[in-house]
Write a protein that binds this ligand. Structure first.
Ligand code: NAD
Length: 477
């Protein structure tokens, strides 16, 4: 574990930030320091927020190479894919927040009922305080920094706990963030389960967790003890219903599934195929060969599985049906080729658990209705995809399917539009972020009412409740 709290700026509360230390009890000290700094409200002014967003942007622009090297080391990510999915996505969030910050921070006047006039009432987003951000390993940079953009924009201090399964990225983040951002109020605390457990025992104003459902329960339980609000960005099995076997459909599906080697929370988990499944599988194979050639596991644009544990878990799933494309594995390099399966066992782990790897089961269904029933019988996914040109099917799909996002013909594209909320429903999570949704999520939407005592208009409703007063109250309220 390492704590990074180096502080190039003057200390607002007089005591210097604790130095880097390896002992876990130092977490308490670091958090105490951060809390005291946050209590001085240095994160509140618009100028401070804008300046920190600029600093974050500067870090990403100046240190792109270091981040890309770390992502290649952790996950074998190709530089092109890593740049747009980890760095550019965050830069676009920063840019969007910078352009809309003043408007988001503005208070909104609301109408005061006649009975309370004259008075002024408004709604104003206020910072929450200190936010804990815990992230996963699959997009170890994006999923730390996109919530941080929301936290900064909303005027909060934040502690980032990156995943220990992407140690190179975690290390670079811990080294660079305090060099660019104000270390009095933003810190990176590296570590695994023990560190996360210690962090969860502390007092927070919001916990923003991205990860799996199992750990989410631990986070929610810890948060409940202190009544801390949480955002839980989880996963699940996102289905893709396909009634169009065209090559563009196959390419979009293959791209969304095999990007980051299938280790994407909103990747299509499985296909529900209506119609000519042979044609669909043939075109998926064609699309994969077009992207990654004849030997995908050695292609420079194709990554690797994060760990031996996940590699073994995925290889174990290959027995749950017929492998009709791919299936090659290399345990030494933790590579699994893009794989398509059919005739799969619906009770197997492949179809019961989130796959989170480059295996795409294709399940044949007799009708669109059967596909909808199949989805409805399972926990609500993070996204549901329909590959169809039929406006009628699109409309029924959007009406009947419960998922964090409904997407027609462009899986994954929903993620990069900052004006769309990103989050799950039911088992796939609670709360959403990106753009204004992130700002609102990490703000208190506060009511404010102001009335003068110079004219005492309220005396008409005070006890004793005479007949005349009751009449007035009835009329006014
Ligand atoms: P994970 O839940 O195992 O770990 C996430 C984080 O929790 C890590 O930082 C880890 O150190 C910490 N953690 C692990 N055990 C803990 C414990 N007992 N107490 C406290 N903290 C603990 O998830 P992962 O394997 O890193 O990521 C994969 C999961 O994340 C998948 O389910 C995927 O769908 C989901 N995910 C969701 C999104 C989204 O935006 N909704 C994005 C990416 C990944």
């Amino acid at each position: 574990m390492g704590l990074f709290t180096s502080n190039p700026l003057p200390d607002p509360v007089g005591d210097a930030a604790p130095p880097v230390d390896e002992h876990p009890s130092r977490i308490t000290e670091v958090l105490g320091h951060l809390r005291r700094s946050a209590d001085t409200r240095i994160t509140h002014p618009r100028r401070f927020r804008a300046q920190q967003l600029r600093a974050l942007e500067k870090m990403l622009a100046e240190r792109t190479g270091e981040f890309l090297d770390a992502l290649a080391e952790d996950l074998g990510k190709s530089a092109t894919e890593a740049k747009f999915s980890e760095i550019d996505v965050v830069r676009s969030e920063i840019d969007h927040a910078q352009r809309h910050l003043s408007e988001w921070m503005d208070s909104t006047a609301v109408k005061v009922p006649l009975a309370l006039q004259p008075a002024m009432a408004k709604v104003e987003p206020r910072p929450l305080g200190v936010v804990l951000i815990i992230g996963p390993w699959n997009y170890p940079l994006q999923l730390m920094l996109a919530p941080l953009v929301a936290a900064i924009a909303a005027g909060n201090a934040a502690v980032l706990k990156p995943s220990e399964l992407a140690p190179a990225t975690s290390g670079v983040l811990a080294k660079l963030l305090p060099m660019y951002l104000d270390a009095r109020v933003y810190a990176v605390i590296e570590g695994g389960v023990d560190t996360a457990t210690e962090l969860l025992a502390a007092r927070w104003d919001h916990i923003f967790f991205t990860g799996g459902q199992q750990v989410a329960r631990v986070v929610a339980e810890a948060a409940a003890k202190q009544l801390t609000p949480t955002t839980l960005e989880l996963g699940g099995k996102s289905p893709a219903v396909v009634d169009n076997q065209s090559l563009p459909t196959a390419k979009r599906l293959a791209y969304a599934k095999f990007m980051n080697t299938g280790q994407t929370c909103v990747a299509p988990d499985y296909v529900l195929s209506i119609g000519d499944t042979d044609a669909l599988i043939a075109r998926l194979g064609q699309a994969i060969a077009g992207f990654y050639g004849k030997d995908p596991i050695n292609h420079p644009d194709y990554g690797r599985i994060v760990s031996r544990k996940h590699f073994d878990r995925l290889v174990g799933m290959l027995d749950s049906g017929e492998v009709v494309h791919g299936g090659d594995c290399d345990a030494d390099t933790l590579r699994i080729a893009p794989t398509i399966m059919r005739q799969v066992d619906l009770d197997s782990k492949l179809m019961q658990e989130e796959i989170f790897g480059p295996i795409l089961p294709v399940v044949e269904v007799a009708s669109f209705d059967e596909a909808l029933e199949f989805i409805a019988a399972r926990p609500s996914p993070l996204a549901a995809y329909l590959m169809s040109e039929s406006p009628r099917l699109q409309s029924i799909f959007s009406d009947r399917v419960r998922a964090g996002a409904i997407v027609h013909n462009a899986p994954l594209a929903q993620m990069v539009i900052p004006s769309l909320p990103f989050g799950g429903v039911g088992a796939s999570g609670m709360g959403s972020y990106h753009g204004k949704y992130g700002f609102d999520r990490l703000s208190q939407i506060r009511s404010e009412l102001s009335k003068t005592t110079v004219i005492d208009t309220l005396s008409a409703i005070y006890p004793p409740y005479t007949w005349a007063k009751r009449k007035i109250i009835d009329r006014l309220l």
